[in-house]
Design a protein around this ligand. Structure first.
Ligand code: NAD
Length: 270
């Protein structure tokens, strides 16, 4: 049954930035779909959100296409067929020297941070295009703007997420789905502890020494809320990504404007 209640589907919603975003949107009365591979975490997250967001949780591994299909279909049944925002948030980091990481570290980061986001964009778009004003929001990183040592593969996946977002922002003009890319600096979440391998360099210590710690997670959620409503493509969280984006935005805008004009003039015919 069609409904007026806006609906957001969030991957990696059991923890950190995804959970904070879930709380932010639920507080505004949105129906929030929480997806994650962490079943107990989802239960706790749902309880933490509270309110009348009776909520929807689904066990969902973003690496698996059939789980994406099932999760999105189930959510849209609950939402009365609407999908206003898909937040591609699930991600992991493995901190350490590139030459000391294993193949599993490479594969896990590529499969979750990049392949999972591509699947979400592709399968999400099929559904988003039926809801007017809908958006795809991808979470990249400060590490998508400047190569980050001891986060080489993570950084590579996040550069790719930014590139994907910029390209899809243009391609999806054809179907009216907006695309936004969020670039957080370090944010205080469990990722800061999970990223370090036993006996390897410690991410939290390095971050605390280098940057004095992370920003509160609510700050990231607030920017995601803006990304769901304002008109920009890029949404930095924190001063460092904001300064870096200023340097490259004119070129990105130029490409975007050129394509928008070509679409408008009917010059793109195939
Ligand atoms: P987090 O570890 O607190 O939360 C990540 C969530 O993703 C967890 O609940 C985890 O269970 C889930 N997840 C992991 N693998 C999954 C899979 N295969 N399928 C579905 N869910 C899976 O981390 P966070 O800091 O909240 O990170 C969220 C996003 O923000 C990530 O994409 C991360 O790269 C990005 N980011 C984080 C920071 C930071 O400093 N915390 C900075 C920039 C970008």
């Amino acid at each position: 049954m069609p409904t007026d209640r806006k609906a957001i589907f969030i991957t990696g919603a059991a923890s950190g930035i995804g959970l904070a975003a879930a709380k932010r949107f639920a507080a505004e009365g949105w129906l929030v779909g929480l997806s994650d591979i962490d079943g107990p975490g989802l239960k706790t997250a749902l309880a933490a959100i509270g309110g009348d967001n009776a909520g929807f949780t689904v066990l969902h591994d973003v690496r698996k296409e059939d789980e994406w299909e099932r999760a999105l279909d189930a959510f849209m049944e609950a939402s009365g067929g609407r999908l206003d925002v898909l937040l591609n948030n699930a991600g992991i980091a493995r901190y350490g020297w590139f030459t000391e990481q294993g193949r599993a570290d490479f594969d896990d980061q590529i499969d979750i941070n990049l392949r999972g986001v591509i699947l979400g964009a592709y399968l999400g778009h099929e559904r988003l295009k039926h809801t007017p004003g809908s958006r795809l929001i991808n979470i990249a990183s400060l590490a998508s703007l400047s190569g980050s040592p001891r986060l080489a593969v993570y950084s590579a996946t996040k550069f790719a997420v930014r590139g994907l977002s910029e390209a899809l922002d243009i391609e999806f003009m054809r179907s009216g789905v907006r695309v936004s890319c969020v670039e957080p600096t370090v944010i205080e979440t469990p990722l800061l502890d999970k990223a370090s391998a036993p006996g390897g360099p410690n991410f939290r210590e390095a971050i605390t020494q280098g940057m004095g710690g992370g920003l509160p997670v609510e700050q990231a959620a607030e920017v995601i809320w803006r990304a769901a409503h304002d008109d920009a493509l890029h949404y930095p969280v924190g001063e460092a990504p904001e300064a870096m984006l200023q340097e490259i935005l004119p070129r990105i805008e130029e490409t975007r404007t050129r394509w928008a004009e070509m679409f408008k003039a009917g010059l793109v015919t195939n």
